[in-house]
Design a protein around this ligand. Structure first.
Ligand code: TTP
Ligand code: MG
Length: 359
């Protein structure tokens, strides 16, 4: 394949995924504002249906805020196993069209359909077929973005949501990006948006006016990425077997705490979860990171990197605990604690036969 060939990339994303599943399985909910999530102290909204979004309710919003905005909001607890099963169903649909599928989360994936199993020339038609098939098999709607790279396909999939699709052709890429507000750039979060605004960068066209070296001096490594996406350039391949680079687990306390023993105990539970994953995947990392979110929502992280992969559970637990102790006495209450492992080297433990008996 000549390297200059223009790729055909589709980004598929289910509409109000968790909430749509709940409406599908309980028709009484239809037409009413619904949020999926934990309805308790410190609960957050995982997602809201489009009815609830009219009131301003959205993902990651505190339950209490959501109820204030929409007092008649119906809360449904998550059924993650059901969502996972549907996620597998939609992946099977993708594989009917191409093996170049990169799942990005339970409800979204990138597909490279430049060459596809149905020999369809039009990526637009492939997207339409995929969405029809998803609906036929799950009763749920999806939206899609069709373009010549991942960045633009991802941006496009939001433009005709719900139950629609949008094409950004090579001829349209430049103009699309020029008009795109910075806050809408996928991967540019609220903090960077604010920084860009303070530098006078409000749209893609503003971003494009900056030189590579000026962007690098203001944004470090990411400067180069911003330079390229301002020009619609994104050569990241669709990676069907993307390797997971880290795994972590975290928990938010019901009440902020400064109790060391209590936090250590919680951390140990999380470390056990992370360890179970490492053993199951037979992936052992060299870096352990502990994350702490304080009462004022500021975040601290502490990490330690060993010379060799940490393949011993006690050692992993011990490093996690030491990292936490390094911030004791706590300057303020702890709201959330997390622990993760990264920098994987894939090794087989000598005792893997024993381990497989335990999991
Ligand atoms: P999204 O695709 O971001 O959202 P969505 O499918 O609910 O809505 P949209 O129509 O805008 O695509 O996320 C997919 C699912 O992931 C979502 O249904 C619930 C879950 N999720 C969370 O649990 N927490 C979050 O903060 C987000 C963003 C999503
Ligand atoms: Mg979605």
């Amino acid at each position: 394949m000549p390297s200059a060939q223009i790729r055909k990339i589709i980004h598929v994303d289910m509409d109000a995924f968790f909430a749509s599943v709940e409406e599908r399985d309980n028709p009484e909910l239809r037409g009413k504002p619904v949020a999926v999530g934990y309805d308790g102290k410190r609960g957050v909204v995982a997602t809201a249906n489009y009815e609830a979004r009219k009131y301003g309710v959205h993902s990651a919003m505190a339950t209490s805020t959501a109820k204030r905005l929409c007092p008649q909001l119906i809360f449904i607890p998550s059924r993650i196993d059901v969502y996972r099963a549907i996620s597998n169903q939609i992946r099977e649909v993708f594989y009917e069209f191409t093996d170049l599928v990169e799942p990005a989360s339970l409800d979204e994936a990138y597909l490279d359909v430049t060459v596809n199993k149905k020999n369809m020339r039009s990526a637009w038609t492939v997207a339409q077929n995929i969405r029809d098939k998803i609906f036929a098999q799950t009763g749920l709607t999806a939206s899609a973005g069709v373009s010549y790279n991942k960045f633009l396909a991802k941006s496009a999939s939001d433009l005709n949501k719900p139950n629609g699709q949008y094409l950004i052709s090579p001829a349209e890429g430049d103009a699309f990006i020029a008009h795109l507000p910075i806050a809408k750039f996928h991967g540019i979060g609220p903090a960077t948006t604010e920084k860009m605004k303070s530098l006078g960068i409000h749209t893609g066209a503003d971003l494009r006016a900056w030189t590579l070296s000026d962007l690098q001096s203001n944004f470090g490594k990411l400067g180069g990425w911003y330079y390229r996406i301002a020009r619609g350039e994104d050569d990241r391949p669709v990676e069907p077997h993307r390797i997971r680079k880290s795994v972590s687990s975290e928990t938010t306390f019901v009440n902020d705490t400064t109790d060391l023993e209590y936090v250590l105990e919680s951390l140990d539970t999380l470390a056990n979860e992370v360890w179970l994953w490492a053993e199951t995947a037979e992936k052992y990392g060299r870096t352990v990171t502990v994350k702490i979110k304080w009462s004022d929502f500021e975040q601290s992280t502490r990490s330690r990197t060993e010379k060799t992969p940490i393949d011993d559970k006690q050692l992993f637990r011990q490093i996690s605990a030491e990292l936490l102790r390094s911030v004791f006495p706590f300057p303020q209450g702890i709201r959330l604690i997390g622990v993760g492992v990264s920098n994987f080297d894939i090794i087989k433990k000598k005792t893997s036969a024993q381990i497989s008996l335990n999991i």
